[in-house]
Write a protein that binds this ligand. Sequence first.
Ligand SMILES: Nc1ncnc2c1ncn2[C@@H]1O[C@H](COP(=O)(O)OP(=O)(O)OP(=O)(O)O)[C@@H](O)[C@H]1O
Length: 246
Amino acid sequence: MQPVGGVVPLRVDIAEKTFRSAQGVSIKALQDLSFEVRQGEFACLLGPSGCGKTTTLRILLGLDKDFSGSFQLPEGGSDRIAAVFQEPVLLPWRTVEQNVRLALPKSLRTKKLDGLFDTLGLAGMRSLYPAELSLGLARRAALARAFATEPAVLFLDEPFASLDERTAERLRHLLLTVWSARPTTALMVTHNLREALMLSDRIIVLAQRPAHVLGMFDVKLPRHYRNPQVMSDLLRSFQQKFPGVA
Ligand SMILES: Nc1ncnc2c1ncn2[C@@H]1O[C@H](COP(=O)(O)OP(=O)(O)OP(=O)(O)O)[C@@H](O)[C@H]1O
């Protein structure tokens, strides 16, 4: 399947991001943070808690413009950008289907969503309201909403945090299934190394705050070969390359 997202990679060159409190205290969150995600590639930003991962995503999503440096989204990324957060942020007074359809641009308003809902195991849940969904189903609805928009770039901020491991694992597989059907340039924040090794083409390893890149770990092996034995080999090579990181 031809990757989407144009020929332009996601390119990040953030010189500095500092938070300043009303009391005048400064926290430097990012410094000289530079990396690229190639078109159609799934990359994870892996780093310790509080190092600046969410801050980076907020900048790339255009939610925080107070930083020095620059970034470039993949071709088409400025109008076709989707995000999945830790909390699914569904409108409680709209059904699952309405929540998904509301996110669609005009050109896709009448789009058939049967395939996507089926793949995500939501076929029978389209008319339910968010309050009727389990945590795992609500996350699936958030994935459906993101993929339905056919984004050129997708940002995910720990979308499986605070789920039990079984549900999280099921969702990782579902995410891979929908992503593989239409490989979209994706950047996912996680501090779960196993999750990063399972999902990524490339892991961008960040240092403690202020975040900067310690190094890259490319996982060239196709995802369907990443069985438990291969995963433990990958884990070992990662730990050799980045001792003490995770
Ligand atoms: N609005 C803010 N005002 C002041 N400091 C902030 C603000 N947002 C984040 N920070 C600080 O910036 C640093 C980076 O925060 P960020 O949320 O980006 O980390 P993170 O790597 O995503 O952490 P986690 O993995 O725990 O979610 C932290 O020290 C945080 O306390």
